[in-house]
Design a protein around this ligand. Structure first.
Ligand code: PDD
Length: 280
């Protein structure tokens, strides 16, 4: 297995970046995760659009053209024989002696790409039963719309979920409204409508979220972009999460209490089954 680091394809086990990389010291960098399915990179254009927005917000220049980045993705996927799984891309401001200010003498951004293979049958089997989520206060910084590698709150929240026998944590804002999951967007199905929080600096605008909206439009399902509370979610017909890695996965328990009959609902199932017909 290989990785990509700044123009080279070292063995994954030997791949390394500098100890003064600003990603390591300050989380001064951004990332993307793209699903690979049957050898195709899912929704590549939207991921690259978001990457450019994230880099722009941090005033990091795109280190290479989109075409060159795509060539790296394809080449690494080829070398790793990747058919199904994920591509992880991380771009940091680069390595420089530790100082909060941006380096005054320009440095090259650090570009790292890795892949992760999955067995689609195993992924489907794991998702079929749905997942449990816990709720935690949203203590993240105010610009989580930027896909930065600063994910400590997310890490702690997701570990708390695992410790509680759940898979995901839903962040809840001060007013009691769910913002999003530790690595997913959060949805409920209530009164026949798909409900999810509108984009703002307080959530990451998921690409999978957009695809679900496209699916809903194509199938005449109503979408309400509004915040919902935990009690509302507990009383909902269905709940689910979306992300490049979870696609659409039913939520069957929140803080140990069942949603609906405690099994994945029909809308979440249909969305998961039809997702890749809509995704590009
Ligand atoms: N996470 N919200 C957060 C906080 C996320 O980290 C993610 C993605 C999403 C969903 O975005 P998308 O649909 O574009 O994957 C929402 C990735 C998969 C991760 O960190 O592994």
């Amino acid at each position: 297995r290989f990785a990509y680091v700044d123009g080279r394809y070292p063995r994954h086990a030997d791949a390394a970046v500098h100890i003064e990389d600003r990603g390591f010291q300050f989380a001064d960098g951004v990332y993307e995760v793209c699903e690979v399915r049957a050898g195709m990179i899912v929704d590549l254009t939207r991921h690259l659009d978001r990457l450019e927005r994230s880099l722009g917000a941090l005033a990091i220049a795109m280190p290479m053209s989109r075409a060159a980045l795509l060539a790296v993705f394809r080449e690494l996927a080829r070398r790793n024989g990747l058919r199904n799984g994920w591509i992880y891309l991380q771009i940091t401001r680069g390595a420089a002696p530790r100082d909060h200010y941006f380096p005054q003498t320009p440095v090259n951004p650090t570009v790292v790409v890795t892949t992760r293979a999955v067995d689609p049958a195993k992924v489907e089997a794991a998702a079929a039963a749905g997942i449990g989520v816990i709720t935690v206060p949203d203590d993240r910084w105010g610009r989580v719309d930027i896909k930065t590698v600063g994910l400590l709150s997310n890490v702690l929240a997701k570990q708390a979920a695992r410790d509680a026998g759940a898979r995901e944590a839903w962040f809840v804002d001060r007013d009691g409204f769910v913002t999003e999951g530790g690595s997913t967007n959060a949805w409920i199905v209530a009164n026949g409508a798909l409900v999810t929080r509108p984009t703002s600096p307080g959530i990451l605008g998921g690409i999978t979220r957009l695809v679900v909206m496209d699916f809903a439009a194509a199938h005449g399902l109503k979408v309400e972009e509004r915040a919902f509370t935990v009690p509302e979610a507990l009383a909902a017909d269905e709940a689910f999460v979306t992300s490049a890695t979870s696609v659409v996965t039913a939520v069957v328990r929140i803080d140990g209490r069942p949603i609906g009959d405690g099994k994945p609902g029909p809308i979440a199932r249909d969305l998961r089954a039809g997702f890749h017909d809509v995704a590009e």
